[in-house]
Write a protein that binds this ligand. Sequence first.
Ligand SMILES: [Zn+2]
Length: 130
Amino acid sequence: MHLDDALRQGGFRRWYERQLIEGHVWLVTAFLALIMVAIALEVLDFRGSRAGVLALAAIVVAGLALVAFAVRRFHLLLGRAEQLAEQAVCGRCRSYGRFDVVQGHDAPESLTGRSVRVRCRGCAHEWQIG
Ligand SMILES: [Zn+2]
């Protein structure tokens, strides 16, 4: 879903809250995957069967890949949420997160991939976020 669609659907504060929740779900996923890796390393016995060692080594590698992916997602989501939170303040009346979406368009250089024109609900000032 595009950023402007998500903002239209539930507003900025709801979008922000969802980014934080999803980001922290990825953080918990990374932590659980790290525990999985630690357990696999703990039970790894090189004197055991070759198939058992390979299976545990595969679990370690997959767990480390999951940790890296989850930590990256966590940072991406929180970074994006923080960047948009800084832009969500009206330049005229200083109200936070109280705006309507006017229009959005693709902006590959933006962290969100979209540039969204918004209008303050308090004073009708317009600015760009994304
Ligand atoms: Zn305003």
